[in-house]
Write a protein that binds this ligand. Structure first.
Ligand SMILES: NC(=O)c1ccc[n+]([C@@H]2O[C@H](COP(=O)([O-])OP(=O)(O)OC[C@H]3O[C@@H](n4cnc5c(N)ncnc54)[C@H](O)[C@@H]3O)[C@@H](O)[C@H]2O)c1
Ligand SMILES: O=C(O)C(=O)C[C@@H](O)[C@H](O)[C@H](O)COP(=O)(O)O
Ligand SMILES: [Zn+2]
Length: 362
């Protein structure tokens, strides 16, 4: 078992990483000051696999738990589904100390966190991430949100969980495509922070894709350490935290233009990272060979290099809804090498358009 601390003063919490974490979770609940009534939110794929098992664990720990199942998929990350969860919470009589647990991927985590942040102005929230992407990224750091028809994650808050329990054994049912999806965000950590981690991924590609225990534990723990380090220094994205958004300016435009269904988030991030590397190259910040190293790793992790169903004008329009766009200026996270990035708000329109055109299937 590994533990990583997210150091945020009174809001600090631990990420617990291991296989079969039931007892750890029960000990945490026993020590917490929660009301008895609790809500466990999951989705229609994860619920049938693990819903009852986790519900029983929580009941054994003394909670009176109701299971709420939302339809699987990004489309559920919306205000209408959030409202159905508020209704459930009110009907169950959840009070200000009632914990809400998110059991699932990033969709369940972001949506449930948003509900926990806003129901009665905030109730305890615990992340039980089950997808690779959720374990390495979305369950950590407290960004909670729902999507709006006009853009990704546009309605949200910063709301930290009380704890995160990552049980690697729950990922044995994860489809291969979802493992590759998680790799999109994992590669990001190598690019923005840690060249040795990037090399580790290059050298252990098959072991990490197979989620072999040692390789997977290192990959997940190192990703969490990097995210925890960044978030601990800049919880609300005043500066440094922007680097966690590497690849996301184009990714969010691709997701919006394809209705949030054609590409998984981590796939869109993979395409967006190459787009950002391309801009970096055109701006003279990196060489072609550095960009190619990223392209090679993305491709070898079975992630897409090009987006179908997008056009440059629409994507260019979308980036002005990005949260890093301030005063009409888009803040791009660009590479200066493998392991280092900078923010630039002076990328010319034609450079952005050329890089976008290069990422679109013709
Ligand atoms: N808050 C953040 O910091 C942050 C960071 C990264 C991504 N995100 C968000 O996370 C979302 C993407 O998360 P995701 O990739 O986990 O998508 P997801 O939640 O849709 O999960 C992917 C698929 O895998 C299934 N699944 C999950 N765990 C499983 C398991 N153990 N066995 C079998 N199937 C399982 C789900 O039902 C779903 O069909 C996006 O909305 C993205 O914007 C948020
Ligand atoms: O935690 C962060 O900070 C991130 O940017 C992580 C991203 O991987 C994640 O997709 C996040 O939800 C994007 O945030 P947004 O603020 O661009 O919506
Ligand atoms: Zn992301």
């Amino acid at each position: 078992m590994r533990k990583v601390k997210v150091d945020l003063g009174e809001k600090s919490y631990h990420i617990v990483i291991g296989s079969g974490l039931g007892e750890e979770l029960q000990r945490f609940i026993a020590a917490a000051d929660f009301s008895r009534k609790a809500l466990l939110v999951t989705d229609s794929n994860v619920g049938p696999l693990y819903g009852q098992q986790i519900k029983s664990l929580l009941q054994e720990a003394g909670l009176c738990v109701e299971l709420a199942e939302i339809p699987a998929g990004e489309r559920s990350k919306c205000l209408a589904v959030a409202e159905s969860l508020y209704t459930k919470a009110i009907e169950l009589g959840l009070d200000r100390r009632s914990p809400i647990f998110a059991l699932g991927g990033g969709v369940v985590g972001d949506l449930t966190g948003f509900v926990a942040a806003t129901y009665m102005r905030g109730v305890p929230f615990i992340q039980l991430p089950t997808s690779l992407l959720a374990q390495v990224d979305s369950s950590v750091g407290g960004k909670v949100a729902v999507n709006h028809a006009l853009g990704k994650n546009l309605i949200g808050s910063f709301y930290q969980p009380k704890a995160v329990f990552m049980d690697l054994s729950l990922m044995r049912t994860l489809p291969k495509r979802e493992i590759a999806t998680g790799m999109g965000e994992i590669i990001k950590y190598g690019v923005i922070y840690d060249p040795d981690f990037f090399s580790f991924l290059e050298q252990n590609r098959q072991a990490v894709l197979n989620l072999e225990p040692d390789a997977a534990t290192h990959m997940i723990a190192r990703s969490c350490e990097i995210k925890a380090d960044v978030v601990s220094q800049d919880e609300q994205e005043a500066g440094l935290r922007r680097i966690l958004n590497f690849g996301h300016t184009m990714a969010h435009a691709i997701e919006r233009e394809t209705g949030y269904v054609r590409y998984n988030h981590g796939e869109a991030v993979a395409i967006g990272m190459i787009g950002a590397a391309d801009i970096s190259c055109r701006m003279g910040l990196i060489s072609e060979s550095v960009k190619q190293r990223l392209i090679d790793l993305v491709e070898r992790m079975h992630l897409p290099l090009l987006a179908d169903g997008c056009d440059v004008d629409a994507m260019y329009h979308d980036i002005f809804h990005d949260k890093k766009t301030v005063g009409g200026k888009v803040n791009w996270v660009l590479m200066t090498g493998i392991g280092s990035v900078i923010c630039r708000d002076d990328v010319p329109e034609d450079v952005v358009r050329q890089a976008m055109a290069a990422r679109i299937s013709q």
